[in-house]
Ligand binder design. Structure first.
Ligand code: 6PG
Length: 470
């Protein structure tokens, strides 16, 4: 009875939707879940896709349903549960089979799992799947890393179920080991920065300009037809326009201002710091979520220091739109720079153009902007986005607006951690003569760490005066 093209373990929301997507694309999928009733319910609710789905609450029976070489997707909670499933599954598999972790894994775990299976003949793929519930059902963006040989087992199915941009599948093999999950982590880091910058612009509209949610919604909806055209801008319009049936108020006004975070944004910032790459917009976004969660302290803070100057800002909506574009360029420049460095460090040879291409549809950060990035990076031009000709033009046109917006925020006591990080990054990136000559002097003063000179090669140390009184 080996008839299923692929297996899937874990019938949570994402797992169920992925399985239905597979079935909808004409492939046969077998499902397994620890709670066997879930399998039953899933099969009973599969409607017209019933002919393409099968499953069992018994692991051995589930594996027996799969065509060889077998491909098994695991879609369970990241961390320990993934290790538990691999341990249970492994004895049932054979050489040539492949285990595919489709959760939001920390790429360090993926690297470990990949090497733990090394030598067993069983392959391991860590795939980043973006697009939420709807993406899983109708076409996510899929970032693949791991065993290249066994990628062939699952390539047909995963390519078929992925989102399509002008007919091109948003699914690609990106590199060995943890490459896929690393790229997904950075995708989420960029997602955090993008979302935070949108929230900061909303903050200026609400607190600086005194605009209603309805008025803000209209502006974001309009912006979605311009250079900011993206899924995140589109949903922002919908979120701001939604009304709460219970209170009769705009829903956004009754939602608590404390953001959750599952970890991928933080991992992005940690990886950037470890690699020594500046990703201050991502760090700013993670920090903004952390401070948002300290609601009680913020309420006390406002009592002590007073609120910002409400409704006093003078800034045009056009400047806000351009500032958001400039901030976005800086954030994506940082995210791509982190991936370029990680690629070098791990020998992944990450195709930055392909990454931009598979992010053009299906994923949470999908946008018109990513098509422009894909074009800029085409053919392996792997330098910082800030020096790619198309983005140079955009930045020249929009950076003054970013500066005006950050200045407006500072004067009106409105926090803009991400937009101001973006501006600081841009200003530092274009400053030929920075200020760390002084830092090097200080380091040499107290620690004899040495310095380099502009006028001569070599390492130098200066005999600084002693501050100890003799
Ligand atoms: C995606 C999303 C998805 C999920 C994040 C949210 O690409 O589909 O990024 O992975 O929504 O886990 O992360 P936070 O809970 O940390 O915001």
């Amino acid at each position: 009875m080996e008839e299923a093209d692929i297996g899937l373990i874990g019938l949570g929301v994402m797992g169920e939707n992925l399985a239905l997507n597979i079935a909808d694309n004409g492939y046969k999928v077998a499902v397994f879940n620890r709670t066997a009733e879930k399998v039953e319910t899933f099969l009973n609710n599969s409607g017209e896709l019933r002919a393409n789905v099968m499953g069992s609450g018994d692991l051995a029976a589930f594996v027996a349903m799969l065509k060889r070489p077998r491909s098994v997707i695991i879609m369970v909670k990241a961390g320990q549960p993934v290790d538990e499933v691999i341990a249970e599954l492994k004895p049932h598999l054979a050489e040539g089979d492949v285990i595919i972790d489709a959760g939001n894994a920390n790429y360090h775990d993926t690297v470990r799992r990949f090497s733990e299976l090394d030598g067993t003949g069983i392959g391991f793929l860590g795939i980043g799947v973006s697009g939420g519930e709807e993406g899983a059902r109708h076409g996510p963006s899929i970032m693949v890393g791991g065993s290249e040989a066994q990628w062939k087992n699952a390539e047909g199915v995963l390519t078929a179920i992925s989102a399509k941009f002008n007919g091109e599948p948003c699914c690609a093999y990106l590199g060995t080991g943890g490459a896929g999950h690393f790229v997904k982590t950075i995708h989420n880091g960029i997602e955090y920065a993008d979302m935070q910058m949108i929230a900061e612009i909303y903050g200026i509209m609400r607190d600086g300009l005194g605009m209603s949610p309805e008025a803000c919604a209209k502006v974001f909806t309009e912006w979605n037809s311009g250079p900011l055209d993206s899924y995140l801008i589109e949903i922002t319009g919908h979120v701001l326009a939604a009304m709460d049936a219970d209170s009769g108020k705009p829903l956004v006004d009754v939602i608590v201002d404390a953001a959750g975070q599952k970890g991928t944004g933080r991992w992005s910032a940690i990886e950037a710091l470890s690699l020594g790459v500046s990703a201050t917009t991502i760090e700013g976004a993670v920090a903004a979520r952390s401070i948002s969660a300290m609601r009680e302290e913020r309420i006390k803070g406002e009592e002590i220091y007073g609120a910002g100057a409400k409704g006093k800002a003078t800034i045009s909506l056009e400047a806000l739109e351009k500032a958001l574009l400039a901030g976005k360029i800086a954030a994506y420049a940082q995210g791509f720079a982190v991936m370029a460095k990680a690629s070098e460090e791990h020998g992944w040879n990450l195709p930055l153009d392909a990454i931009a291409r598979i992010w053009r549809a299906g994923c949470i950060i999908r946008s018109r902007f990513l098509d422009q990035i894909a074009q800029s990076f085409a053919g392996g031009a792997g330098t910082n986005l800030l020096v790619q000709p198309a983005f140079v033009e955009m930045m020249k046109d929009s950076s003054a607006a970013l500066r005006a917006v950050v200045a407006t925020c500072a004067i009106n006591e409105l926090p803009a951690p991400c937009l101001s990080s973006a501006l600081a990054y841009f200003d530092a990136y274009r400053q030929a003569r920075g200020t760390t000559n002084l830092t090097q002097g200080q380091r040499d003063f107290f620690g004899a760490h040495g310095f380099k000179r502009l006028d001569r090669d070599g390492d130098f140390h200066h005999e600084w005066p002693s501050l100890v009184e003799k």
